[in-house]
Each structure stands twice: as C-alpha cells, then as structure tokens.
Design a protein around this ligand. Structure first.
Ligand SMILES: [Zn+2]
Length: 64
C-alpha cells in the first residue's frame, strides 16, 4: 500500500467535492481537518486494512 493517497470526497457541511491527502502509514486513525471550501472542521476517520491492501474513509461533522 502507498504511504500517502489522495482521496476524492465530499464535505459533510457544504457538500462540495474536496480532495484529502491521507497518511496511510499511520494506520487506522481519526482527526480533524478543515474543509478547503467552507473552512468548517471535518471529523475524518480512516480505517486501514493492511491485510487486504484497502482503506475506508468516513467524513462527519464534528458535532455528530
Ligand atoms: Zn465544506
């Protein structure tokens, strides 16, 4: 698996398409990143499945 990957996602606040650079070398993680369009904080959750060479990303509003 690549250490970094760019994912095309959608902001849960404004609905605009955004691209996030994910650090897959850190394994499963969650953090806050500001939307590039509306600047509101997005709770980013990344699940890395190293055995299957896959990952999943979920974006939520921070208050959910
Ligand atoms: Zn946004």
């Amino acid at each position: 698996m690549q250490a970094m990957d760019e994912a095309d996602l959608q902001c849960p606040h404004c609905g605009e398409p955004i691209s996030l650079l994910l650090d897959l070398s850190g394994g499963t993680q969650s953090y806050i990143e500001d939307c590039q369009v509306c600047c509101q904080p997005i709770h980013v959750s990344v699940w890395v499945d190293e055995g299957n060479d896959e990952y999943q990303v979920d974006l939520r509003r921070e208050q959910d």
